[in-house]
Design a protein around this ligand. Structure first.
Ligand SMILES: Nc1ncnc2c1ncn2[C@@H]1O[C@H](COP(=O)(O)OP(=O)(O)OP(=O)(O)O)[C@@H](O)[C@H]1O
Ligand SMILES: [Mg+2]
Length: 225
């Protein structure tokens, strides 16, 4: 489903290049559930953003569902993203001007789902995430954990083939966190959604079928669970 070959990302600092990712090779099969771990600053979010086509590497080859992403134009990449990927961001990235309801509905509009069907799907997700009472509020009116739940709901609603999640439970209490991990497991095992999550939690990492450790922008280990 996904193949990264010799992917590097660097920033210029004065005259020298500071590498954030250094020659990453990574192949992910459909149906895998991968946990990426590693210290703060090791490049986890950068790698996830590149996989999600939200950030571009400086070097390397990137194939996703058979498409050479490194050769695509911005518009084609955006279409590929909207058709295939759900993203749970480390810092929520909800749209401030839209209500909870509208934020969750957005991916369905991208996928041209009809109005009546959208209504039913959003109602179902609001219910599943226990946030029906919040549907008309704006992100700024929610707690951090609630914003995170809305971000997860938005990532899942359009049934993505690939779910990318950056610290999805970082702001949830332990019971909510466990529910989200159980939901991810179900999506992976029953619906065949491929999942790549970044986590600092050893316990959450164990939900995956493979744990990848990043150190200083390189893959230090890849272990099947
Ligand atoms: N625009 C930028 N310019 C310069 N350096 C950057 C830029 N964006 C990111 N970096 C650097 O890239 C490195 C990796 O950042 P990244 O966000 O991928 O880390 P991370 O592993 O996700 O960390 P955390 O666990 O804290 O979220 C950091 O050292 C960061 O300072
Ligand atoms: Mg990060």
């Amino acid at each position: 489903m996904l193949s990264l070959k010799q992917i590097s990302k660097y920033y210029q600092n004065g005259g020298s290049k500071v590498y954030v990712l250094n020659r990453i090779d990574l192949d992910v099969d459909k149906g895998e559930f991968i946990s990426i771990m590693g210290p703060s600053g090791s490049g986890k979010s950068t790698l996830l953003n590149i996989i999600g086509m939200l950030d571009e590497p400086n070097e390397g080859y990137h194939y996703f569902v058979g498409e050479p992403v490194h050769q695509l134009k911005e518009k084609q990449r955006s279409a590929l993203y909207k058709q295939n990927i759900g993203f749970v961001f480390q810092a929520y990235h909800l749209i401030d001007e839209l209500t909870v309801y509208e934020n969750i509905e957005t991916p369905l509009i991208y996928q041209n789902v009809k109005g009546s069907e959208r209504k039913a799907l959003v109602a179902d997700v609001l219910d599943r995430f226990n946030i029906v009472g919040k549907k008309d509020l704006f992100p700024s009116q929610l707690s951090g954990g609630q914003q995170q739940l809305v971000g997860i709901a938005r990532a899942l609603i359009a049934k993505p083939k690939l779910l990318l999640a950056d610290e999805p439970t970082g702001n949830l209490n332990s019971k909510q966190g466990e529910e989200i991990m159980d939901l991810f497991r179900k999506l992976n095992q029953e619906d065949g959604v491929t999942i790549i999550q970044v986590t600092h939690s050893e316990k959450n990492a164990q939900y995956g079928s493979r744990i990848i450790e990043l150190l200083d922008g390189a893959i230090a280990s890849s272990t099947n669970v």
